[in-house]
Design a binder for this molecule. Sequence first.
Ligand code: AVI
Length: 324
Amino acid sequence: MTEPANFELHDLKPAVADFRREVLAGLAVSPRRIPPKFFYDAEGSQLFDAITCQPEYYPTRTEIGLLRAHGREIAERLGRQAALIELGSGSDIKIRSLLDVLRPAEYLPLDISLTHLRDSALGIARDYPQIRVRATCVDYTRQFALPPMSPEAHRVVFYPGSSVGNFEPDDVRDLLRWVAGMVGPGGRLLIGVDLKKDPARLNAAYNDAAGVTAAFNRNVLKRMVRELGAQLVIDDFVHRAFYHEALGRIEMHLQACRPTRIQVAGQIFDFAEGEGIHTENSYKYSPAQFAALAAEVGFVTEQVWCDAEQLFSVHCLRVAAGPS
Ligand code: AVI
């Protein structure tokens, strides 16, 4: 099928060499770690979509509920005919509910997973022919140039899914500064943030009974085999996820259940039983905590929407005028 005229794709997909370099660096330090952005190849993105449908994983359906319930109010705040930039464009149900009320002039999704991005952005271009869709496959945690946008449209950033929780607080400050620079003084960010809550609820969300989160976590090992030719025994690693209350974060690890080794790019990494690779943090915030973090880098919190169970929050932030 031919691509619609309102669609363009910019491929700045990270090279395999970046994955190799970060895997080698992460396995060489103690404790060992692999950054969570490497979960999202085509298989990983599909597994993540499957996680969002698990009964234990409340964030996605709760955020969608908030966007639907408060769509009109959100659109009033963000303003129509914007250039809407979406970071980590995951589930397209969320963006579709926003597009319906916001009616932006342009939609610029940014995502690290090429097939996932292309499929969802093409679907949107076909279903919303009046919106110009400029998709970019990129690791947005690194410097890159945004595609040219219409100078008349004001810029709005949408960052759903609490992906912000996958960054260390210092990196969140850097990310928010980058967003502030992108939208400019008076510009707005709509961001989904998962809330602190009963640890049992959190632990269940990252240890679903169907084992989808476990498969998602272990997919990074499969990806090392597929893309880097790594030699390893996947079944020697088990999924471990738990809420660390003092740090306010879920931690995910791949833990060796017996002594084992990973050989990759000519290097050997031995694991004793119980030794692991730290693969993800997912920080949880109270609304006040997140507003304080955003204020440190010059954002004013205009409004926060939470569900009745206080599981999830959506914040509308505005860049204060003047330097931060
Ligand atoms: C994408 N990110 C916000 C998810 C989260 O909840 O931290 C990734 C995830 N990891 C395990 N389950 C979901």
